[in-house]
Structure formats: structure tokens, C-alpha cells
Design a protein around this ligand. Structure first.
Ligand code: GDP
Length: 296
């Protein structure tokens, strides 16, 4: 996985500080250059990398009089903090709560992994003891309902959808109303994806949003999309004010750094990471522990 490669390179850059007694400007600059190169290679936006470099330098300059091992520690801490900053917009995502209906609407482009993510999300909360259910408001893609139904059946998760009703807003509204009445706790709503961002898709998303008043709008983003994710995340955010993001397909050759940093740039927090096709290939995202793990 490319993220592991990134972790290895970042760790190697930090380790270079261990072998010198005095961390001179030269040592610091070399380390920052290595860190920047590793991040750029992982597709992190060049401006974001520039900001990180500057922030670490500023913090190191403030601590210039601190000697030896302490200075090393301070610089290491600055590197970790700034890496956390890249993936953490400092916003707490919506938290699913027990004993009330939490309506979670999923949006994203076709193929991003929305339907798979919905199954993973349901599985995750079912295991935590939540009463989960799914609504298929994707009337655009043939087979979307069957795919959702298949996953829901595997998970023994109630689902709502229609082969005949063509209006996704009506399906979403009816399904959510029914499950609210039946006191479900996690009501997951799948919406149509399209091949690209287009006005009709955004309009439909906005109408569904108004009809079901979700507690959270989750944007599903495919990490394999390279630099395109930046524009995609921004336009979804502008169109529908996404609440949080799931980044999928981090198991492949994705240069995940691009997706992770693009997301944070929109101001929406990352909720989960998807790393495979199985329901269990899914984990909550916590910025600081993610960075610690990246650095081994
Ligand atoms: P949707 O069109 O957004 O609903 O996308 P799907 O959920 O149908 O997923 C599209 C393809 O991506 C399917 O073949 C999924 O098995 C695959 N997929 C989804 N999430 C992941 C992931 O995290 N890793 C990998 N490797 N494949 C995934």
C-alpha cells in the first residue's frame, strides 16, 4: 500500500535527526526536504506541503536556543502536529447516538464505493448494537437497489426501496419516515451517483436533503482518483455542504495522501477509511492515531 511507503519515508526522514548531536539548519532543511518529497510523491497538494514546511520551520526557529535531545523532540512533535493538521480540519464529525433516529445520507460519484461503504457502515454500527436499516434512493443506476438489497440481506439489515417508483425524493422521504416511526437508530440513505459532478445530480441531492433532513451527509471519495479528488471534494462540499467523508480504496495503489489532504481542505472531517471489498475492511479515522501509525 502506498501509504505504508509514505510512512516509511517520513520515518526515515525523522530518523536522520537521531544520528546527529546538533540539529543545525542544514540538518533541519534536509529533513524538511525529504518530508516534502515524500508527501508530494503521495499526491499531497503542493500548497499544503509548502504550508507544512513553513510551519515546522517557524516552530523550530522559536526553539532554536533549546539544546540537543530536547530540540530533537520539539521538532519531532512539530512534524507530527503538522502532519495531523493536514488530515484534520479541526471539526468534530457527527456522532451516531443511541436511542434516537440518526439519518445518514450518503453521496458520491458512481463507482466511488458508496454502496459498499453503506454496507460497511451498517455492519459497523450493528456490531455496536445499533438498530440499523437502509433506504435505496438511487433510481438512476440499474441494479443499485438489488446491490443494496443483497448486502442488506447478508447483514440481516431491513431495507426500503422500489423497482417501480422513479422519484428518488419520494422513496427517500417514505423510507426514512417509515424507519423513523419504527424507531430505527441508524437510518442509512443511499443516493444516486453519476459519472461526474453534474447539475442534475446536485439538484437531486439537495431535494433529498430537504425531504429527509439528515443528521449527517457523508461524501464517499475514491482515493484512487489522484489529484482530481480535490476538485471533486470541493464541488460536492459547495453543492451540499457535506458533513463528513469516507475515503475508500486505500488498499490498492492509491496515493492516499491526495484524498486525505483534499478532504481536510474542504473543512469536512474524515469519518472512516475503507481498505477493501469486505464489510470488515473499514475503520474509524482518528487523525492523530492515523499519523502515529503512519510513522510506525
Ligand atoms: P458505488 O457506485 O459508489 O455505489 O460503488 P460500489 O460500492 O458499487 O463500488 C464500486 C467498486 O469498488 C466495487 O467493485 C467495490 O467492490 C469496490 N470497492 C468499494 N470500496 C472499496 C475499497 O475500499 N477497496 C477496494 N479495493 N475496492 C472497493
Amino acid at each position: 500500500m502506498v501509504l505504508q511507503e509514505l510512512g516509511g519515508k517520513l520515518t526515515a526522514a525523522l530518523q536522520k535527526m537521531q544520528s546527529v548531536t546538533v540539529i543545525s539548519e542544514e540538518v533541519l532543511d534536509k529533513m524538511l526536504k525529504d518530508i516534502a518529497a515524500a508527501l508530494l510523491e503521495a499526491d499531497v497538494n503542493v500548497r499544503v506541503v509548502g504550508q507544512l514546511r513553513k510551519a515546522i520551520k517557524t516552530r523550530a526557529a522559536l526553539e532554536e536556543e533549546v539544546a540537543g535531545a530536547n530540540r530533537r523532540k520539539l521538532i519531532q512533535r512539530a512534524v507530527v502536529d503538522e502532519l495531523v493538521n493536514i488530515v484534520d480540519p479541526g471539526v468534530t464529525p457527527h456522532e451516531v447516538k443511541k436511542g434516537k433516529p440518526n439519518v445518514i445520507m450518503f453521496v458520491g460519484l458512481q463507482g466511488a464505493g458508496k454502496t459498499t461503504t453503506i454496507a460497511k457502515f451498517a455492519n459497523y454500527y450493528q456490531r455496536k448494537g445499533f438498530k440499523c436499516c437502509m433506504v435505496c434512493a438511487d433510481t438512476f443506476r440499474a441494479g443499485a437497489y438489488d446491490q443494496l438489497k443483497q448486502n442488506a440481506t447478508k447483514l440481516r439489515c431491513p431495507f426500503y426501496g422500489s423497482y417501480t417508483e422513479a422519484d428518488p425524493v419520494a422513496i427517500a422521504a417514505e423510507g426514512v419516515a417509515q424507519f423513523r416511526k419504527e424507531k430505527y437508530e441508524v437510518i442509512i440513505v443511499d443516493t444516486s451517483g453519476r459519472h461526474r459532478q453534474e447539475a442534475a445530480l446536485f439538484e437531486e441531492m439537495q431535494e433529498i436533503r430537504v425531504a429527509i433532513e439528515p443528521d449527517n451527509v457523508v461524501f464517499v471519495l475514491d482515493a484512487t482518483q489522484g489529484q482530481a479528488v480535490h476538485e471533486q471534494a470541493t464541488s460536492f462540499h459547495e453543492a451540499i455542504d457535506i458533513g463528513s467523508v469516507v475515503v475508500t480504496k486505500l488498499d490498492g495503489h492509491a496515493k492516499g495522501g491526495g484524498a486525505l489532504s483534499a478532504v481536510a481542505a474542504t473543512g469536512a472531517p474524515i469519518l472512516f477509511l475503507g481498505s477493501g471489498e469486505h464489510f470488515d475492511d473499514f475503520e474509524p479515522f482518528v487523525a492523530r492515531s492515523f499519523v502515529s501509525r503512519l510513522l510506525g
